[in-house]
Ligand binder design. Structure first.
Ligand SMILES: *Cc1c(COP(=O)(O)O)cnc(C)c1O
Length: 355
């Protein structure tokens, strides 16, 4: 039976990305050695980082004056590196979910944090609007896609300070105006690669402005100066990242990824809204195109497990909702086909007909 991978992360990658990585792990570029056993400083690997960097700049239209880094530690380490490198006295954070909250917690180690708005009291079911950001903060941090709750901020808030964006779960799913950001970061295992590498895009002139001493490994400048090779970078995940970027380019770039994301999400949300058994969990205008959350309507609550088992029997994988939302979450990253979403919609329709 064909499996459809709706996991939230680590998550679906294009089949050819997996296959090409597997080949290179067996024999990298025909050199008779595995990608997993060569030096990151070898002449064979440098072109991988160079091409990945060039593709990231091309696909996201990154302006001059930004560096692309491949780091370890996941997006969670960036929660600490960001304030360590950019927070002089005061920073602003928009609290839209668990990941924002974790970023806020780390920032408080380094200075004053202004929470410009929060939807925590409503279990993060919407993106707060109508708030203002003080002009005297060093940056405003946003989480562009809230992986757990299924809300997304697809337009940058209109503020007078530089933005910093956690784009772990929607990077490369749509065009982004990089010039508005001092830094963008993304753990790769949602939409870009396997776990183990974090993509960071940082504005060079925003670095070196804090007075604190920054430990070497936590200093973005270290990694800018050494081209992500201060220490051993995650070689295999970076290679997989390159394969994904090639795939995105071949498939029409981020504009086409955006179009596909809309197509998938419209299909699935339309069914959630139509089907008597289900309802969405977040404000319609804030619905994520990447992580689509839904629950059973109250009168059908007892059917939750039965639907999960039914969908699983039809090949749906990873649709269980996060424990803080319950119900279901279908993560529809770039590599998810429309066919996969149609298969899930069909499950929902068949299950409705049976009940
Ligand atoms: C998954 C996720 C993180 C955490 O990523 P790690 O790489 O596991 O540290 C942070 N932010 C968002 C938006 C995420 O989806």
């Amino acid at each position: 039976m064909k499996k459809y991978n709706f996991n939230a992360g680590p998550s679906i990658l294009p089949r050819e990305v997996i296959e090409n990585t597997a080949k290179q792990i067996l024999d990298f570029n025909g050199i008779g050695l595995s990608l997993a056993e060569i030096s990151h400083r070898s002449k064979d690997f440098q072109p991988v980082i160079d091409e990945a960097t060039a593709l990231i700049k091309e696909l996201l239209n990154v302006p001059e004056g930004y560096s692309v880094l491949f780091l370890g530690g996941g997006a969670s380490l960036e929660f600490c590196m960001i304030p360590c490198n950019f927070l002089k006295k005061k920073a602003a954070y928009l609290n839209t979910g668990v990941w924002s909250k974790k970023a806020i917690k780390e920032a408080k180690h380094f200075g004053e944090v202004v929470e410009v708005a929060s939807s925590a009291d409503d279990n993060y079911t919407f993106i707060p609007k109508g708030w203002t950001c003080p002009d005297d903060v060093d940056y405003l941090h946003i989480t562009t896609n809230n992986t757990i709750y299924g809300t997304e901020l697809r337009e940058e808030p209109n503020v007078n300070v530089p933005l910093i964006g956690d784009m772990s779960s929607d990077i490369f799913s749509r065009p982004v105006d990089v010039a508005k950001y001092d830094c963008i970061y993304a753990g790769a295992q949602k939409n870009l690669s396997m776990a183990g590498v974090t993509l960071v895009i940082v504005k060079d002139e925003a670095l070196g402005k804090v007075e604190r001493e920054i430990p070497t490994m936590l200093n973005y400048q270290t990694h800018v100066d050494k081209g992500s090779m201060f220490n051993t970078p995650p070689v295999v995940p970076i290679y997989t990242c390159l394969e994904t970027l090639r795939w995105i380019k071949k498939n029409g770039g981020v504009e086409e990824m955006d179009r596909r994301a809309h197509e998938r999400a419209e299909l699935l949300y339309a069914e959630i809204d139509r089907n008597k058994l289900f309802r969405g969990t977040v404000a319609k205008e804030d619905r994520s195109l990447m992580n689509i959350c839904f629950v059973m309507n109250d009168e059908y609550k007892e059917l939750e497990k039965a639907f999960f088992d039914f969908a699983t029997s039809k090949g749906m994988v990873g649709i269980k909702g996060h424990r803080s939302v319950g119900g279901f979450r279908a993560s529809c990253y770039n590599a998810m086909s429309v066919e996969g979403v149609k298969a899930l919609v069909q499950c929902m329709q068949e299950f409705e007909a049976q009940n």
